[in-house]
Design a protein around this ligand. Structure first.
Ligand SMILES: Nc1nc2c(c(=O)[nH]1)N[C@H]1C(S)=C(S)[C@@H](COP(=O)(O)OP(=O)(O)OC[C@H]3O[C@@H](n4cnc5c(=O)[nH]c(N)nc54)[C@H](O)[C@@H]3O)O[C@H]1N2
Ligand SMILES: Nc1nc2c(c(=O)[nH]1)N[C@H]1C(S)=C(S)[C@@H](COP(=O)(O)OP(=O)(O)OC[C@H]3O[C@@H](n4cnc5c(=O)[nH]c(N)nc54)[C@H](O)[C@@H]3O)O[C@H]1N2
Ligand SMILES: [Mo]
Length: 771
């Protein structure tokens, strides 16, 4: 029987037609002017064959007990009952805490999970582990690892750069020139953490163009900017050099706003010495930048003059900081905007991530959202999030981070709920070895992802469409009800129920649940929230019946307008209270990979470096246009893009011709770290020498027992380097990697990424699942 219902994902709200326990089709939310194609992945997702049907334990772990092993990822699983899983897992956690202390549990559990405030997997797992006595945690994100450390130091915040960014309306109505590094488009702004009900990017760009506004898109890919633009395609990884070349023109042609630099910034003179080459003898001139970036010097000169002459917004995408030395691009983009002197002016200044995530340019809500409280973590040990393999492989070793020296803990248990390291982490062969070092790997997920297949204890979670919840985000005008659309599939359970059962066995059940069912929590959190906000809200029942609630927002913001108006009253949270173009603190750390002012460093993974002799193609491992990360990789929008079942790799016609490969063929993409298969798309909308293979194809080793196996499906993280951005932030650098591509002329191995692993019966004849 058909039953229409609304719900919410990170990429949009929708109404579903539900049949036979699954989503049959979806219609986008009516108020969404530009719904995301990612909605096309939802049909069939509840009963997909990659769902985990029962609690399961890796055979080797069950038979031999916890301990290091190379069998993770190739072993069989044994289906167990919920009671057995609860007992064994709770007892193992107790053993680890008693023998090694809480620090030995790594509960960073990074990942996007699903929209939904209460059933948010991260909140659930962190609350549980905190009550257990704590865990080693992770700081920052794969999204913004470098920004999250550098920007608070130089502009006093990173959250406000997004949350209180200049509104799209203000850009559409005031900006004359957008100069975007990394593009500005709808591919990435489909998405917002926590969910989104509107997609304003395309419409705002259209309004800007209708007014005569211009967009210069500096990116190796033409389609990174949606619609018409002036496309400049530099050598990937050279944006800081390009920005320096532009800054050089401003400095030497009297176009820099010296008043703004004097009243609102600190350290410009120190930086200018570097810019002009007074100490190192290298002027960072347009000619210098042209040599590095491949963009003509004249183009940079005329662009710099246009920028000084127009109401200009400098936009830096998040991808530019997901590379080695990633701290530099956002810092230099901010410096360039400061030199233009338009920071805080409507439609001028700086923006970070327009076209990276939907929240940038959307109005912030004037309240917090109801959330499941997590409590405090008694353990203080943490790692920068992308150092997970380093931590597991180097227990007890010291490392630099943000001016401190930290020590990696000796982790015995890795606990993941709501994320997929085989999606997000770099150098997967190294990650597999790192996971092999611990005693126990626990994964909660609705699906048999590669991470679940590498676990010892596999906990089948419900999807957001099998439980009541609500969600919203800090830059979206709606709190949306998410009523369950279907019954939980097979034996899957809400993470809340799993944790509550374990907490009971471990003796803190009442603290974890506070005596409430999930449904009671939803009402409780909503009512607590309604009592705190300073506007009228309907009762929970009224909200639930209406399906959503419109929240008050701060419209029409311009980033840092207050600071511009009065830099004393609205001093920034930096040591000087101003924008730090030179940072004494960073300078004082003495890092050789992050100096006291924005600096051009030659990366390792780039076309002009020594590695390019062996691996002459620059691969952009960007975010997929067809799904969110690895989520619903088996859905229609995602599958429709695959070529002979492999993830598409885009190549320039010359690069394809030189290798004798054509559109529709399967190629092997490789370097010294690993290899994967991918299906060729030929496209002249890339700079030559650049190939693009998005993240998110589920890792599928040809021989799962071989830690270095080729991925037959096209996951670029078998190729990427597992190194941090710098000693400052140690952020993720997965966006870039050098590779070579060749025709694959063996018979094509089957893609098994979306098939469950072998699940065997038990010798004692308990219920089994055979495949
Ligand atoms: N090479 C390269 N690598 C990258 C990037 C890149 O640009 N290049 N980008 C990086 C970035 S920015 C990010 S944010 C990361 C993303 O990496 P992740 O956030 O780890 O990727 P997702 O596929 O979103 O993983 C979320 C998992 O949560 C599961 N899930 C959903 N709902 C629930 C639930 O209710 N309970 C439980 N237990 N599980 C649930 C999903 O099935 C999915 O497996 O990837 C990073 N990796
Ligand atoms: N459809 C979809 N949208 C998403 C996501 C998703 O998985 N799918 N993930 C979301 C998440 S978690 C995040 S953090 C954001 C990430 O947002 P971003 O980090 O901005 O996203 P990317 O797709 O990695 O990169 C955007 C573009 O930057 C360009 N680029 C790469 N390197 C360079 C360079 O060196 N110079 C220049 N000028 N350009 C370069 C690439 O061509 C690429 O397409 O996206 C979010 N939006
Ligand atoms: Mo991200």
């Amino acid at each position: 029987m058909a039953k229409p219902s609304t719900s919410l994902t990170h990429w949009g709200a929708f109404t579903a037609d539900v049949r036979d326990g699954d989503i049959a089709s979806v219609q986008p939310f009516a108020a969404d002017a530009d719904p995301s194609p990612l909605l096309g992945n939802l049909a069939g997702s509840i009963r997909h064959r990659s769902r985990i049907e029962t609690p399961a334990i890796r055979r080797g772990w069950l038979e031999d007990g916890p301990g290091p092993t190379s069998r993770r990822g190739s072993d069989e699983f044994v289906a167990v009952s919920w009671d057995e899983l609860t007992e064994r897992l709770a007892d193992e956690l107790r053993r680890i805490v008693d023998a090694h202390g809480n620090e030995a549990i790594y509960g960073g559990s990074y990942g996007w999970a699903s929209a939904g405030r209460f059933h948010h997997a991260q909140s659930q797992v962190h609350r549980f582990l905190k009550l257990l006595g704590g865990y080693t945690f992770s700081r920052h994100s794969y999204s913004l690892g470098a920004t999250g450390v550098i920007m608070p130091r130089v502009v006093g915040t990173h959250d406000d750069l997004f949350q209180r960014s200049t509104a799209w309306d203000v850009v559409a109505e005031n900006t004359e020139l957008i100069v975007s590094f990394g593009g500005v488009g709808v591919k990435n702004s489909a998405v917002n953490a926590g969910g989104t009900t509107e997609h304003p990017t395309r419409g705002a760009l259209r309004r800007l163009r209708d007014r005569g506004g211009r967009i210069v898109s500096i990116s190796p890919l033409r389609d990174d900017t949606t619609g018409d633009c002036e496309w400049l395609a530099p050598v990937p990884g050279t944006d800081v050099a390009v920005m320096l070349g532009l800054a050089h023109v401003l400095a030497t042609e009297g176009l820099a706003d010296r008043d703004f630099l004097a009243t609102h910034c600190t350290g410009y003179p120190r930086f200018e010495r570097y810019l002009l080459g007074l100490d190192d003898g290298v002027a960072k001139s347009p000619g210098w930048a042209a040599e590095i970036s491949g963009l003509p010097a004249e183009t940079l000169v005329s662009l710099a003059r246009r920028m000084a002459d127009s109401r200009t917004m400098v936009m830096v995408s998040w991808s530019l900081q997901r590379v080695r030395y990633g701290e530099q691009a956002p810092w230099m983009g901010l410096t360039l905007a400061a030199m233009l002197g338009q920071i805080g002016v409507p439609g001028g200044g700086f923006g970070h991530g327009y076209g990276s995530q939907n929240e940038v340019g959307m109005a912030p809500i004037r309240c917090r959202l109801p959330t499941f409280p997590q409590g405090a973590n008694p353990v203080e040990t943490f790692i920068p999030v992308a150092a997970v393999s380093d931590m597991l492989l180097h227990p007890g070793e010291q490392f630099d981070y943000n001016g401190r020296t930290l020590t990696y803990p000796d982790v015995k248990c890795v606990y993941w709920a709501g994320g997929n390291p085989f999606h997000h982490h770099q150098n997967l062969p190294r990650l597999r070895r790192a996971l092999g070092r611990v005693d126990t790997v626990v994964v909660h997920d609705p699906y048999w992802t590669a991470m679940a297949k590498h676990a010892d204890v596999v906990v089948p979670s419900t999807t957001p469409f099998e439980r009541d919840d609500y969600s919203g985000s800090r830059n979206d005008p709606r709190l949306v009800a998410m009523p369950a659309l279907a019954e939980p599939y097979a034996q899957s359970r809400d993470d809340y129920v799993t944790f509550a059962a374990m907490a009971r066995r471990l003796g803190f059940g009442d603290q974890f649940t506070e005596g409430r069912t999930a449904g009671e929590w939803l009402v409780h959190l909503y009512e607590k929230w309604s009592a705190e906000v300073d506007f009228e809200v309907p009762t929970f029942d009224e909200f639930w019946a209406a399906g959503h609630l419109v929240l008050p927002t701060d419209a029409g913001l311009s980033l840092l307008a207050d600071f511009r108006a009065d830099p004393v009253a609205h001093r920034l949270a930096t040591p000087s209270g101003r924008i730090e173009i030179f940072s004494d603190d960073i300078d004082g750390f003495g890092y050789d990979d992050c100096a006291g002012h924005p600096t051009w460093y030659e990366p390792q993974e780039w076309l002009s470096g020594p590695r390019a002799a062996a691996y002459p193609l620059h691969l952009l491992a960007n975010q997929p246009a067809t799904r969110l990360h690895g989520q619903l990789d088996g859905g229609k929008t995602s599958l429709d893009s695959k070529i002979q079942g492999r993830e598409p790799i885009r190549m320039h016609p010359d690069d394809a011709r030189n290798r004798g490969v054509s559109a529709g063929e399967v190629v092997r993409v490789f370097n010294d770290r690993g290899s994967c298969l991918a299906g060729v798309v030929v496209d002249d909308g890339l700079r030559h020498g650049v190939v693009q293979l998005s993240t998110g194809a589920w890792y599928d080793p040809e021989d799962p027992a071989d830690l270095d196996a080729m991925c037959v499906h096209g996951n670029p993280n078998v190729l990427t380097a597992d190194v941090g951005t710098s000693s400052l932030a140690k952020g993720c650098t997965g966006a870039h990697v050098l590779v070579e591509v060749e025709k694959f002329d063996r018979p094509l191995p089957p893609v098994r990424a979306h098939e469950p692993p072998t699940i065997v019966g038990r010798p004692n004849g308990r219920p089994t699942v055979e495949r």
